[in-house]
Ligand binder design. Structure first.
Ligand code: SUG
Length: 444
């Protein structure tokens, strides 16, 4: 049976904007109050997804969420018509309105943690939506994320869906952004590496002092239990708190893995050597550890360019390629490093650059925009085919974006009742294009 890794990219929603909501995410904060271009943002994402499909990768799309989220605004006491709710929120608390209007669900690396059937004791493919409790604007995503995942991975014979973890900092969970699955073959049992920022229970472990550690060890352990992963297939590593304090708010800003390759910065982890030895042992050897030294790329350059927020993909000829943001080309140290990397004796043989700047300005690179799902062909046959990228879906979604999206949005526009109408009309049409059923509250 064939096995492969599919990527499910988040379609950028119509309210994509720059509100500076993510303390600890340098790009989000430094671009606060800039004017965004939702139309370009969505098209940049679609282009990347289509290019991967054209390279022979299995590529799907995940629908955006309903924003502004009027239901959350009502839940915190705003009343009247939808337009009244928006007006009251804009007056009483612009930040609250911004949180409820963020298109942040586009970063589907944070949608969920996914464990393939080859790894789990019950032989099912497991999904746990991330609770994203560290940021208000993200904490309102998991219920709809779960609805969307269930509408795509419906067949209970193959797919197991769990509720997101309890909404408390004890279980701060950021999904696949802090999780990498290594394996020798997508269809064989692999090693799931969970990278946490702090432990709630073990206070002897260091923690960042300036910026939050969004992922806890306790959340990672809970997800591993839910997904029925055995200890010999699981490794827990701690992120270096110093790099979190330099803007590495998720592990996927400083490390990325694919099959038997782990590509990471020298300063990414704590107890690096011992942990890499544990990974290699559980992989039964032959793991490629590609460590990027500080002398070649500083943490600052890694954060700015998103060198590690790249996708490493395996092409049909067995070689690996890196999908990088154009920002890596523009950074001399990083560009020089990548040019050298493809000449070294590693499985990575090529780098492809994509302009995803609209997303990058909010701290989301190519890898943030995708959720990986390793599957076999029986499981793929059970996936809702209407979300899979091909020429027809690419054309249809570009048309849909052209019809519904604005090319300019400032945070002031978020209170415009017309934007809410536009967004709901667009999403209603999208659920028909993608045959998702009624996944949004406004449809229920
Ligand atoms: O959660 N930015 C997102 C970026 C997520 C990136 N994902 C991964 N690294 N996997 C975040 O910080 C900014 C929104 C704003 O400021 O308007 C934001 O939510």
């Amino acid at each position: 049976m064939k096995h492969f890794e599919a990527n499910f990219d988040g379609l950028v929603g119509p309210t994509h904007n720059y509100a500076g909501l993510s303390f600890g995410n340098v790009a989000s904060q430094s671009n606060a109050a800039q004017v965004s271009n939702p139309k370009d943002a969505a098209k940049q994402g679609l282009k990347k997804a289509k290019a991967l499909a054209d390279m022979g990768m299995v590529q799907g799309m995940l629908a955006p969420q309903e924003r502004p989220d009027i239901h959350t605004l009502r839940r915190v006491g705003f009343t009247g018509s939808d337009a009244d709710v928006l007006a009251q929120a804009a007056k009483a608390s612009p930040v609250l309105l911004q949180a409820c209007a963020s298109a942040s669900s586009m970063w589907t690396a944070n949608a969920a943690t996914v464990s393939p059937s080859a790894d789990s004791d019950d032989g099912k493919l497991h999904f746990t939506p991330a609770n994203l409790v560290d940021k208000l604007h993200r904490s309102i995503e998991p219920v709809t994320t779960g609805n969307i995942l269930k509408a795509i991975f419906t067949d209970e014979r193959y797919f197991a869906h769990h509720q997101h973890l309890p909404e408390h900092p004890h279980f701060g969970d950021e999904g696949a952004a802090n999780h990498t699955r290594l394996c020798h073959d997508y269809g064989k049992a692999g090693v799931e590496v969970f990278v946490y920022g702090r432990s709630v229970a073990d206070l002897s472990r260091p923690a960042p002092v300036k910026y939050p550690a969004r992922q806890t060890l306790e959340a990672s352990q809970a997800v591993a239990r839910l997904h029925q992963l055995s200890d010999d297939r699981t490794v827990y590593m701690q992120q270096n708190p110093d790099v979190i304090d330099q803007g590495v708010f998720h592990n996927d800003v400083i490390a990325v893995g694919n099959q038997n390759v782990l590509f990471y910065h020298e300063q990414a982890f704590l107890e690096t050597q011992a942990k890499l030895a544990e990974i290699d042992k559980k992989m039964h050897g032959n793991t490629h550890f590609i460590e990027v030294p500080t002398a070649k790329v500083s943490v600052q350059d890694a954060v700015k360019s998103y060198l590690f927020n790249t996708q490493i993909i395996t092409l049909s000829d067995g070689n690996m390629a890196i999908i990088a943001p154009t920002d890596c080309q523009e950074n001399p140290a990083v560009h020089a490093y990548l040019n050298e990397l493809v000449t070294l004796n590693t499985p990575i043989k090529a780098v492809h650059y994509f302009d995803v700047k609209q997303s990058m300005q909010n701290g989301g690179g190519p890898a943030c925009l995708r959720l990986r799902v390793a599957m076999n062909e029986t499981e793929l046959a059970a996936v809702n085919p209407q979300v899979m990228m091909n020429d027809a879906l690419f054309a249809r979604l570009n048309q849909w974006v052209d019809k519904h999206y604005r090319d300019r949005l400032s945070t002031q526009d978020l209170a415009d009742p017309q934007l809410l109408m536009e967004s709901r009309t667009a999403l209603d049409e999208l659920t028909q294009i993608m045959k998702l059923g009624s996944v949004y509250q406004f449809q229920r």
